[in-house]
Write a protein that binds this ligand. Structure first.
Ligand code: PLP
Length: 404
C-alpha cells in the first residue's frame, strides 16, 4: 500500500478509468455469438430473408424474447440497432420535429425543459444540451428522485416535457427506485406530452446474489391512466458486445405506432442478422442469467477492491462517502465540498484519468464540486487496486492542500 501521494506519482501509471466499459474478459463471454451461432445456415426467419431490407420493428421472435425479459407484451417492443442511447436521441429528435402522439412539435412549444435527477448519466445531458433543451436538476435520493420536488415542478411548469430516469443501479450512484417512487412518477399530474425516458440500461447487471426486480413502469402508467407516459430503453451493450449488441425500446401501442411512423423516414429496417445471432446465442448457448452471473464474477471483485481500499484510506474521514452499489457499473465517491475537481486533477497528474468533475451533472456543473464517478469495470484487478490507492491519495492530498 502506498503511503503518500508523492510516492505514488513516481509509478508513472497510465490508466484510463473515465468510462464504464466492459473489460476484454467480459467481451470474451459472448464470443460464441460470433463463433458458434452459424447464422449462414439460418438466414431465413419465418419466411423472412434476414439479409434483406424490412421488418421495421425487429424480428417477431426477437421482440418476443425481449418482451419476456422485460415483462412487456411483444407488440409493445421494438428491437432496433445496437445502441439504446441512439434510440433515446431519436425519440427526442422525433418529439422536437413532429411532437409526441397528439401533441405539438416540441420545437414549436419553446422553451422546453427536462428534469434531470442528479448525479446522472453525462450522455443524457449531452443530448439535451445539443438541442438547447433546458435541464433542471432534481436531487436523487436513496430510493429515486426527490418526488416532492418532481411533482411540484411538473404540475406547475408546462415547459417540462420529459425526465430522465435510470431506475435500477443508476449511473453513477447505483440507486434503485422504490415502488412508491415509481407509482408517483406514473400517476403525478403533468402535461399530456410529458415523457419519462426510462433508461433500464442496468436491468440485468446485478452485483449480488439478489437479482433485484423493480416495478413495471409501463403497467403502473397504464393503471394510473397515463399509458403513453413512459418509454423504456435497454440494450445488450454490456451483456454481449458494446456497440454491436441489440437495442430495445418498449412503450404503449400508441407510442410504438408513432415510433414506427417516425423511424420509417430514417431507415428501411434494422440489422436482422445480428438479431438472429443474438437469439441463437441466448437460446442455444447461454441463458441471460448464466451470462450475467459470469459478468458478475468478473466485475464484483473489482468493486470489492475499490470499496476495501477506500475503506482503508478514507473510511474514518468525516465528509467522505461512496456508494456501495448492488449492481450496475459505477461507484459515486463523494468528497468534502469543493474538492472533486482538484482530486481528479491530482489523480490525472498521477496517471489516472477519471470522468471529468461535474460530468454527472447538467452543463458539467456539480454545484458542490463533490462527486467523482469511479468506473471499475475495464482495468484489471491489479490496475484497479493501484487506481483506488491513487484516487484515495489524491483526495487526501487535495484535503491537505485545502487545509494548508
Ligand atoms: C445509463 C446508461 N444508459 C445508456 C448507456 C449506453 O447504452 P447503449 O450502449 O445501449 O447506447 C449507458 C452506457 O454506459 C448508460 O450508463
Amino acid at each position: 500500500m502506498y503511503k503518500n501521494y508523492q510516492e505514488f506519482t513516481k509509478l508513472n501509471l497510465k490508466l484510463d478509468m473515465s468510462r464504464g466499459k466492459p473489460s476484454p474478459e467480459q467481451l470474451d463471454l459472448a464470443l460464441p455469438l460470433l463463433k458458434e451461432t452459424g447464422i449462414a445456415d439460418q438466414i431465413k426467419s419465418n419466411g423472412t430473408d434476414c439479409r434483406n431490407y424490412g421488418i421495421q420493428l425487429g424480428l417477431p421472435e426477437v421482440r418476443e424474447f425481449f418482451a419476456s425479459l422485460l415483462d412487456v407484451p411483444m407488440n409493445q417492443v421494438v428491437v432496433d440497432g445496437s445502441s439504446s442511447l441512439a434510440l433515446m436521441h431519436d425519440v427526442i429528435v422525433f418529439a422536437l420535429l413532429y411532437g409526441t402522439p397528439g401533441g405539438l412539435p416540441w420545437r414549436d412549444d419553446k422553451p422546453i425543459s427536462f428534469l434531470c435527477p442528479v448525479p446522472g448519466y453525462d450522455r443524457h445531458f449531452s443530448i439535451l444540451e445539443a438541442f438547447g433543451i433546458k435541464m433542471i436538476n432534481v436531487p436523487l435520493l436513496e430510493d429515486g428522485p426527490d418526488m416532492d420536488i418532481v411533482e411540484s415542478l411538473v404540475s406547475s411548469d408546462d415547459s417540462i416535457k420529459g425526465m430522465w430516469c435510470v431506475p435500477k443501479y443508476s449511473n453513477p450512484t447505483g440507486t434503485v427506485y422504490s415502488l412508491e417512487v415509481i407509482k408517483r412518477l406514473a400517476s403525478m399530474s403533468a402535461v399530456s406530452d410529458f415523457r419519462i425516458f426510462w433508461d433500464d440500461a442496468y436491468h440485468f447487471h446485478h452485483l449480488t446474489d439478489e437479482r433485484i426486480a423493480i416495478a413495471n413502469i409501463l403497467d403502473l402508467c397504464q393503471v394510473a391512466g397515463n399509458p403513453d407516459r413512459a418509454i423504456v430503453f435497454a440494450s445488450t451493450s454490456k451483456m454481449t458486445f458494446a456497440g454491436a449488441g441489440l437495442a430495445v425500446l418498449a412503450s404503449s401501442i400508441v407510442n410504438i405506432d408513432w415510433w414506427q411512423k417516425c423511424v420509417s423516414v430514417r431507415t428501411i429496417g434494422p440489422d436482422k442478422l445480428n438479431q438472429l445471432r443474438h437469439l441463437s446465442f441466448f437460446q442455444n448457448t447461454m441463458s441471460v442469467d448464466s451470462l450475467m452471473d459470469q459478468h458478475r464474477a468478473i466485475l464484483k471483485p473489482k468493486f470489492d477492491i475499490v470499496d476495501s481500499i477506500f475503506e482503508q484510506y478514507l473510511g474514518k474521514i468525516d465528509n467522505i462517502s461512496w456508494s456501495k452499489p448492488l449492481g450496475g457499473y459505477f461507484i459515486d465517491l463523494i468528497t468534502p465540498p469543493g474538492l472533486a475537481k482538484r482530486t481528479i486533477e491530482l489523480a490525472k497528474n498521477a496517471g489516472i484519468i477519471l470522468t471529468p468533475a461535474g460530468a454527472t451533472f447538467p452543463y458539467g456543473i456539480d454545484p458542490d464540486d463533490k462527486h467523482i464517478r469511479i468506473a471499475p469495470s475495464y482495468p484489471s484487478i491489479d490496475e484497479i487496486n493501484l487506481a483506488a490507492q491513487g484516487i484515495s491519495l489524491s483526495l487526501l492530498q487535495a484535503m491537505a492542500e485545502d487545509n494548508s
